[in-house]
Design a protein around this ligand. Structure first.
Ligand code: ATP
Length: 214
């Protein structure tokens, strides 16, 4: 469902970040991307999620070639099949947990109340629906962010250091839930991490070094 072929990317005025990167991800598969700080992991994740353009090569996401799309074409494709989870939880502070959870699914016009109830239960958020993000722990906030990301059943979940702000216990609990939920919803997961322990839990791993997959 995601094919990255010989992709290169240089930010204006800087040296090349990606130099001929190739990578693929099948439907429902989980892939960990590791690499030193500054090696281009977040850049590659953004390209995979149609968040930014690239200089050469091709990325095919859910059957659509990204090289031919402008900003609005990329935005439409993202709405259709991609969700993101970041290290900073990025919840909307003025919305309750329940409202945050259904926010993206509502925007995408793909609300499925039974699935959102199931997600809420599996994430252990049932009691917290009326709270606001500032009233939650970091682990609870990231569980809401994962639920919000998966509420519209995206084909691809992109996660950039999703447990980077959590201690080991909360990190393990969040990873357990994320891996269970992507399996249940048939979502492919492309996850950037510095943790060998987390990388080892995913189906496959790729390492970025010197602008290439090593
Ligand atoms: N918008 C941008 N404009 C210019 N340079 C950028 C931009 N975003 C990233 N870079 C540069 O591209 C390189 C790769 O950055 P990127 O964030 O992809 O690395 P990373 O492997 O995710 O790093 P980290 O593990 O520290 O988060 C870095 O040298 C960074 O400074």
């Amino acid at each position: 469902m995601l094919q990255i072929e010989d992709v290169s990317k240089t930010y204006p005025g800087a040296r090349p970040v990606l130099q001929g990167v190739s990578l693929h991800l099948d439907a429902g598969e989980t892939l960990a991307l590791t690499g030193e700080s500054g090696s281009g992991k977040s850049t590659l994740l953004h390209l995979a999620g149609a968040l930014d353009g690239f200089d050469s090569g091709e990325i095919t996401l859910a059957g659509t070639r990204l090289s031919g799309l402008d900003d609005s074409g990329r935005a439409a494709l993202r709405r259709g099949c991609v969700a993101l989870v970041f290290q900073q939880f990025n919840l909307i502070p003025s919305l309750t947990v329940a409202q945050n959870l259904s926010f993206h699914a509502r925007l995408a016009g793909r609300q499925d109340p039974a699935w959102i109830r199931d997600l809420t239960d599996r994430l252990g958020l049932g009691e917290l629906g009326a709270r606001y993000p500032e009233q939650l722990s970091g682990g609870q906030q990231q569980r809401v962010a994962i639920g919000r990301a998966l509420a519209a059943r995206p084909a691809l979940l992109l996660a950039d250091e999703p447990t980077g702000n959590l201690d080991e216990t909360a990190s393990d609990a969040v990873m357990d839930l994320m891996l269970e939920l992507v399996r249940v919803s048939g979502t492919a997961l492309f996850l950037v991490t510095h943790s060998e322990r987390i990388a080892a839990r995913l189906d496959r791993r790729a390492h970025l070094s010197g602008g290439r997959i090593a």
